[in-house]
Design a protein around this ligand. Structure first.
Ligand code: GUN
Ligand code: ZN
Length: 348
């Protein structure tokens, strides 16, 4: 079987590479903007202009809506979204972790992801949150691994992700990664890390990434599920993460939150815009803050995307130049908790 991933340059555990999908080649590391099929702040067709190469959307949201489901099945996912590049679909596991249950089972959602033409599909893994008792993490991990095996029978030619769970039990993370890698998947998402990032537990996040990486071969493509803030990309890439996804560009924008590589500002806090993107070159902070809600949200979302992809280009150049460490140190000084993460990384 030809590999789906080719490494180009390496520095620390980070690498630039090429990921081959049915709808084209993606240069990694990259962030997949999350497209909510119901509310499209920025149309998928426009995403390339900001630097996006690949998108991610949610097959479960499409599946649950009769209108979207029929459209996706008849015209395909790419026509439905209006994007002809690679599209990954998530399975509804995130909804499972938020609402406690979902109205679909594993084989059904994987067959649906394949039927609508997703480039990469995800089984219905169980995102076990941090800090749960080991017995629960183990039990849920076994269910996830069984569903991953079942998914292989329904994926056909679709690339398949094999999520690595295990909560904050590092021995379980390593075992989960080793068993997933032995089964053979095209992408390995590290799951249920959003709560760690939301509470700034970067040292714990570093543990999860490093121990998961220990169970995977170096050719395993690593996706850090739900991570996409430009502040933390350098550290995660240096630890070997290749793919990210972000709904934050849009969710933050709705709250007036403006992303930078040093953290997030509320647009009302800013007297000056520390950015050279087309939005920030063409508007003042006061203009954006004072605009009507739809315009403000749209402009901040655009900036959030521009700043994210500019940071990725800088990270890729640092890898090519062999000075990723300097870049990571610079970024980790933005937040004391990120510095803790860097220290933990240095311990390995
Ligand atoms: N999105 C954020 N975290 C997760 C996860 O653990 N699993 C899946 N399927 N999607 C996610
Ligand atoms: Zn900007």
């Amino acid at each position: 079987m030809p590999g789906v991933f080719e490494i180009v340059d390496k520095d620390l555990l980070g690498r630039t590479g090429r990921l081959f999908t049915p709808h084209g080649v993606v240069e990694t590391p990259t962030v997949m903007p999350v497209i909510n099929p119901n509310l499209r702040l920025i149309a998928p067709a426009e995403m390339r202009a900001y630097g996006a190469q690949m998108l991610i959307t949610n097959a479960y949201i499409i599946y649950r809506s009769d209108r979207l489901k029929q459209a996706a099945l008849s015209e395909g996912l790419h026509a439905l979204l209006g994007f002809d590049g690679p599209i990954m679909t998530d399975s509804g596991s995130f909804q499972l972790s938020v609402y406690g249950s979902v109205e679909v089972e594993n084989a059904g959602i994987v067959a649906f992801e394949r039927a609508i033409g997703a480039d990469i599909g995800v089984p219905l893994d169980i995102p076990t949150p941090p800090d749960v008792p080991c017995a629960r993490a183990r039990e849920e991990l076994e269910v996830t691994l069984a569903r991953m095996a079942e998914a292989k029978a329904h994926a056909g030619e679709m690339l398949l992700a094999g999520p690595v769970q295990g909560s904050t039990h590092l021995d379980l993370r390593e075992e989960a990664a080793r068993r997933a890698y032995a089964m053979g998947f095209d992408v390995y998402p590290l799951g249920a890390v959003v709560p760690l990032m939301e509470s700034y537990r970067y040292a714990d996040l570093v543990d999860v990434i490093v121990r998961s990486k220990m169970g995977l071969g170096p050719d395993g493509v690593v996706h850090l599920f739900g991570a996409g803030h430009p502040m933390m990309l350098a550290l995660a890439v240096a630890l070997g993460c290749d793919l990210f996804d972000s709904a934050a560009y849009a969710l933050y924008a709705k709250d007036g939150r403006y992303m930078t590589v040093d953290g997030t500002y509320h647009i009302g806090q800013l007297r000056h815009l520390p950015c050279a993107c087309p939005v920030c070159s063409g508007h003042s902070a006061q203009e954006i803050a004072g605009a009507d809600e739809a315009t403000r949200t749209r402009l901040i979302a655009e900036h959030n995307l521009y700043v994210t992809f500019a940071e990725l280009r800088l990270i890729k150049q640092s890898i090519a130049d062999g000075d990723l460490m300097e870049h990571v140190e610079r970024r980790c000084r933005a937040h004391p908790r990120m510095l803790e993460g860097l220290k933990r990384a240095m311990d390995y």
